[in-house]
Design a protein around this ligand. Structure first.
Ligand code: ZN
Ligand code: ZN
Length: 366
């Protein structure tokens, strides 16, 4: 058993009370909202990264100067960097989702691990991006909660899957090759977790898991960080299904996914991304039967169309997810790729009179 005390016991009490009372609403996609701004390279860079590298701190710690030889790299698409270069955009997106009815908002930190930031040569920013990312979400939640104290708002500190997988080879010709390892991932996740906690996250979510070994490294790192602090936050786990046979990329069914991660005693387990609500239904049903914890689901707005966009309207998604709720499958629900505040408002409206799933009383531990 995990016997560490809660880091913020009063926040956990509020979250547990809200979960007992209603289906809680998670926000929608960050990336979809960022796309609306049609940002160019110069926008991503802002002042501090105007030359394509960090003008304040060099990755290796040297003092920049004439002939230091620093080279710039493209930052367009580095959405997490906007936390530093365009924080007002990120804050406004959080506020829009809170206004739409989200109880929980996710930090803009999906790629803020050293593994993913290495793609942009900015791996020294891990702590700062997670710290400031959590602070932006915290400020937006606190402002919303101040307006309506009867509706507490929670910051989900997000750990994404990273751009590399520990249990599969990215090279079909070298099946034994691994682009990363459990140990490398654990170090990366711990650094990110530390920033998320320092920035005021209420919970930590390991999200969009397509490789259970990556998720195990994340959960191991989170536990290490909790032990170092002598206190913990609730942990949410959300996997993704990547093919029609209903398996995660590393080959597991939803049921196996739960049994391989339940030792972490998560506050919730669920699925997000990859598919629309319709295609996640059967897998959420299985999780709801086997898991003695809360169930979450935040699907994409359908399958991507020919242009890489998503077509399900707020009404489409809300209608399907209401059926999930009426079947007693949901404790937390929201949206992933292609969803907007309009989707979240429709989903929140569809949930407001449906009770949350009752946690099953599984065999008590002897
Ligand atoms: Zn330099
Ligand atoms: Zn998604």
């Amino acid at each position: 058993m995990n016997v560490l005390p809660w880091l913020h016991p009063e926040r956990v009490a509020k979250l547990e009370a809200a979960l007992a009372e209603r289906i809680l609403i998670i926000d929608g996609a960050m990336g979809t909202m960022i796309q609306r701004h049609e940002l160019q390279e110069v926008d991503y860079r802002g002042e501090r990264f105007a030359s394509g590298y960090d003008a304040l701190f060099a990755a290796d710690g040297h003092a920049h100067g004439d002939g230091c030889g620093c080279e710039g790299f493209d930052q367009r698409g580095n959405n997490d960097l906007l936390t530093l270069s365009r924080p007002e955009i990120i804050s406004d997106i959080h506020s829009a989702y809170l206004a739409a009815g989200a109880d929980l908002v996710e930090t803009n930190t999906f790629n803020s691990t050293s593994v993913s930031l290495a793609d942009y040569h900015l791996q020294h920013l891990v702590h700062e991006l997670n710290l400031v990312g959590a602070k932006l979400a915290r400020a937006a939640c606190d402002a919303a909660e101040a307006i309506n104290p009867s509706k507490p708002r929670f910051v989900i500190g997000v750990l994404g899957p990273t751009s590399r997988t520990a249990s599969l080879s990215p090279d079909v010709n070298r099946p034994g090759f691994r682009a990363t390892s459990f140990d490398e991932l654990a170090v990366a996740y711990r650094e990110a977790t530390s920033g998320l906690i320092d920035g005021g996250s209420d919970v930590i979510m390991v999200e969009t898991i397509f490789d259970t070994l990556n998720a195990k490294a994340a959960l191991f790192a989170i536990q290490d960080e909790f032990e170092a602090r002598g206190a913990r936050l609730p942990v949410l786990i959300s996997g993704t299904i990547t093919d029609a046979s209903g398996r995660t990329l590393s080959g597991q069914t939803a049921e196996a996914f739960w049994y391989s991660l339940r030792h972490a005693q998560p506050l919730s387990i669920g699925l997000n991304c990859a598919l629309g609500a319709r295609d996640l239904r059967a897998h959420i049903d299985i999780l709801a039967q086997v898991a003695d914890t809360n169930i979450s689901c935040h699907p994409n707005a359908g399958l991507p169309n020919a242009f890489g966009g998503y077509d399900e309207t707020p009404e489409d998604m809300a209608g399907m997810l209401r059926e999930f709720a009426e079947a007693g499958l949901l404790n937390l629900v929201g949206g992933c790729c292609g969803t907007t505040p309009e989707h979240i408002a429709a989903i929140a409206e569809a949930m407001h009179d449906v009770p949350p799933r009752a946690l099953p009383a599984l065999e008590a531990a002897a």
